[in-house]
Write a protein that binds this ligand. Structure first.
Ligand code: NAP
Ligand code: MG
Length: 364
């Protein structure tokens, strides 16, 4: 069989622990047999970040900007205890924060809905994607407690709000979904008013995006009554809270996809979960754990699909559609890892990660 060809390489950013193991399995079982995979490989395993004094992270960030599409494995953000445990030169910062900062991008998180897992809100038929602004507000606040009062000072920048709005409209256009934005500009006409204005201005440049603004309390009640199928853009704190609410309401963090989109159209795909440490220690003890690989498979699908669109590669585009269908068929056919089996309403078979990947491969 001749393999599907690529033109431009992906920036492939490897990571840590159980997700690093799964990364290799997904490539070996589901991608390399079919695709003549072209990547620039950046190994962000904690030991290599330390050995290179984190230069490897800067290299990965540079490659993401240059190549335009990246796929990233989860990475450890070391705690103070891990600095001692791994004898690190210093407490390296989160690679995700470095990529987000460099691209000035917005993170879009969407659940992968399944027939056998009913959302907590049964009316939701389609995924709801959260777009959370990643700069400022209470995350960079100044607070004071004095003389019987508590005081908080917030800021944001018009540049960052504009980049946020651009990324949201670009993503809405890309994925053909309506875009909602909500804040509280009645109570905060200048601060929240600036967000509302900048979104309204940006809307003029995207006449084909179905854009809707409403106050956040009204948005919350509309979201609950909706069928889903839209992007909900939110300020930093609102997005922090609502994304956790939605991911639990849709099922599980292991079924959340995540993509960072920059205002100038660069994309970085990943799973929303971390490195699944507990499973990794069981793996080191010789067990094959039932870690759910679906969000990581979808990260690869997202990156390859974007590359196929940009480079006009219809065969690669078909392959991503086939891999997505095979993954969903496997799940809807009742074969899944334990985390999902525990949520399923119908009778299903719980398998380990390698058995799950084999079942997907059999359906490609
Ligand atoms: P986590 O790795 O997401 O795991 C938390 C728990 O959620 C797991 O112990 C597991 O529960 C369950 N879980 C998560 N993903 C799963 C999957 N794919 N399949 C099955 N179960 C899954 O979060 P964490 O324990 O808070 O963080 C671990 C490490 O990941 C930390 O070093 C953190 O810095 C890093 N992290 C990285 C990223 C990133 O790179 N994007 C994001 C978040 C965290 P059970 O153990 O009960 O089965
Ligand atoms: Mg949070």
């Amino acid at each position: 069989m001749t393999k599907i060809q690529m033109k431009t390489p992906l920036a492939e950013i490897d990571g840590d622990e159980m997700t690093r193991v799964i990364w290799r399995w997904i490539k070996d079982e589901l991608i390399l047999p079919y695709v003549d995979l072209k990547t620039e490989y950046y190994d962000l395993e904690l030991t290599n970040r330390d050995a290179t004094s984190d230069k490897i992270t800067l290299d990965a960030v540079e490659a993401t900007g240059r190549l335009g599409v990246a796929v990233k494995c989860a990475t450890i953000t070391p705690t103070a205890a891990q600095v001692t445990e791994h004898k690190l030169k210093q407490q390296w910062k989160s690679p995700n924060a470095a990529i987000r900062g460099a691209l000035d991008g917005t993170v879009f998180r969407a659940p992968i809905p399944l027939e056998c897992v009913t959302p907590a809100v049964p009316r939701w038929k389609k995924p709801i994607t959260i777009a959370r602004h990643a700069y400022g507000d209470i995350y960079k606040n100044i607070e004071q407690r004095a003389g019987g009062v508590v005081i908080q000072t917030l800021h944001n920048t018009e540049k960052s709000i504009k980049a946020f709005a651009e990324s949201c409209f670009k993503y809405a256009e890309d994925t053909c979904q309506p875009l909602w934005f909500s804040c509280k500009d009645t109570i905060s006409p200048i601060y929240d008013g600036a967000f509302r204005e900048i979104f309204a201005e940006t809307a003029h440049d995207y006449p084909n995006v179905d854009y809707f603004y409403t106050l956040i309390d009204d948005a919350v009640s509309r979201v609950i009554r909706s069928e889903g199928g839209f992007i909900w853009a939110l300020k930093n704190y609102d997005g922090d809270v609502m994304s956790d609410m939605l991911s639990s309401a849709f099922g599980s963090l292991s079924m959340m996809t995540s993509v960072l989109v920059s205002p100038d159209g660069k994309y970085e795909y990943e799973a929303a979960h971390g490195t699944v440490t507990r499973h990794y220690y069981r793996y080191l003890d010789g067990e094959t754990p039932g870690t759910n690989p679906v969000a990581t498979i979808f990260a690869w699908i997202g990156a390859l699909r974007k590359r196929a669109e940009l480079d006009e590669l219809p065969e690669l585009l078909d392959f991503t559609a086939g891999l997505e269908a095979a993954t969903l068929d496997t799940l809807n056919g009742g074969i899944m890892t334990g985390d999902l089996a525990a949520l399923a309403s119908s009778k299903v078979r719980a398998v380990n990660t390698l058995e799950f990947l084999a079942a997907v491969k059999a359906r490609i």
